[in-house]
Design a protein around this ligand. Structure first.
Ligand SMILES: [Zn+2]
Length: 100
């Protein structure tokens, strides 16, 4: 990840605030795993019209494998790859079709 907005002080501050508020990987947490987050992800990608500096609930803390899985899915036309990667959770972390 490089370039705007990731090189800005505003992003670094926002990223630090998100990791301080949510230090664990959110997708892993949903699956009952405790993994420290290393990345802060835009829930709505900037490329898809999401804000570059959203409020904290517009961001998701993720570990590297989860973040890479999402980035790969978003970068490819078939975004369902991320759904499979998260084993039943959509990109917002909601169970897909779950009644539980
Ligand atoms: Zn994870």
């Amino acid at each position: 990840m490089s370039g705007w907005p990731y090189t800005t002080t505003a992003w670094r501050n926002l990223r630090r605030a998100k990791l301080a508020a949510s230090p664990l990987c959110h997708p892993c947490e949903l699956r009952g795993r405790t993994v420290l987050a290393k990345a802060v992800d835009h829930i709505v990608a900037i490329a898809k019209g999401g804000p570059a500096f959203p409020p904290l609930d517009g961001l998701m803390s993720m570990c590297e494998p989860c973040h890479n899985a999402k980035t790969n899915a978003v970068d490819h036309p078939n975004a369902s790859g991320f759904r499979r990667a998260l084993a039943g959770y959509d990109v917002d972390g909601n169970p897909i079709g779950g009644d539980w």
